[in-house]
Design a protein around this ligand. Structure first.
Ligand SMILES: [Zn+2]
Length: 325
């Protein structure tokens, strides 16, 4: 409280810039801000303490990272807003989504109870040894978690690369983190909704099922990969492993096409799933295959051709997909 009144004033811990006028202790606290974020979660009660943009209160992480600098303008929510500012009379109140990220946020919020005064104050939870979030801070278990170096996951190159399509990168990034609100996860949050996949009506909707194992997904993957891969990938990890093998590893162009396919197929499957659930609109497998094809061609057309004799990315893409349907 003393810190809030005398040091941070109207800015929160997450916003304040480090400066020489601050004491070394406070500067140290600001320096470990990112690390703290990994250990702290906020469980929303009345929404009056949690900051909308900086606290980790949804599965998307701090929303300023997820929606970027233009987030506050797009959502018309000030940088200093609390979570309560995003709700009116017990309902979430956000403007119509203007970006894929904002749409994903709205989908995530639709699975979360809005802040209400009778739910009591927001609670900050710390990660313990068992990877669960608990109300009490333990320096021992936090230290245990910090000192075990996290294994390096080579997925960043699956998400961010020169030929990426930004709105698709966001979906793949969220999928790799396992944070899209698939039905298996919503049920863990205590929401009573059907668990079955809306694309095939038979499997349980998990990340792996929706993007790789669902017959609908397999049909799309097979169409685009059967002339170059013996069997379509069965998971994000399998995609990552494939890129580390010959010939992919030696050919930036080939791996760019595979990464683009991963992005666009994931994106098309996720939006198809959302259309079916939220808008009651369904497209056939063939229509989704054409959508993937068109999105990739549009992207490749915008990339300047490489000097001969290297084949263009478009020619390479044709070698992936020019097989009879
Ligand atoms: Zn399915």
């Amino acid at each position: 409280m003393w810190l809030k009144e005398n040091v941070f004033r109207r800015k929160s811990y997450w916003e304040i810039q480090s400066s020489q006028r601050l004491s070394p202790t406070v500067r140290g606290m600001i320096g470990i801000r990112e690390k703290v974020g990994e250990f702290l979660r906020c469980s929303i009660g009345d929404g009056r303490a949690a900051t909308f943009w900086f606290d980790w209160w949804t599965d998307l992480g701090p929303l300023l990272n997820a929606l970027g600098e233009r987030g506050p303008r797009d959502l018309r929510i000030q940088l200093s807003a609390t979570v309560a500012d995003a709700a009116v009379n017990g309902e979430w109140s956000l403007p119509a989504a203007r970006s894929e990220e904002a749409e994903t946020l709205q989908i995530v919020l639709s699975t979360m109870a809005p802040p209400l005064s009778h739910r009591g104050p927001d609670k900050y939870l710390w990660r313990n040894d068992g990877n669960q979030y608990v109300p009490r801070f333990s320096s021992r278990s936090t230290w245990n978690r910090i000192r075990v170096a996290a294994p390096t996951i080579p997925w960043h190159k699956l998400v961010w690369f020169k030929e990426e399509i930004p709105r698709c990168s966001f979906t793949v990034w969220t999928a790799i983190l396992g944070r899209l609100p698939t039905r298996d996860r919503s049920s863990v949050w205590g929401l009573s909704i059907p668990l079955n996949c809306v694309l095939c009506s038979s499997g349980i909707e998990t990340h792996e099922h929706l993007f790789f194992q669902c017959p609908y997904a397999v049909a799309i993957w097979t169409h685009f990969s059967r002339s170059v891969i013996a069997a379509p990938p069965t998971s994000l990890l399998a995609c990552s492993a494939l890129l580390n093998q010959v010939p992919w590893q030696n050919s930036p162009a080939l791996s760019a096409i595979l990464k683009l396919l991963l992005q666009v197929i994931t994106y098309v499957l996720w939006t198809e799933r959302n259309f079916r659930i939220f808008r009651d609109l369904a497209s056939s497998q063939q229509a989704s295959i054409m959508r993937v094809d068109r999105m990739i061609r549009d992207r490749l057309l915008s990339i300047p051709p490489r000097p001969p004799p290297a084949p263009s990315l478009m020619q390479l893409f044709f070698s992936f997909s020019l097989s009879p349907v």
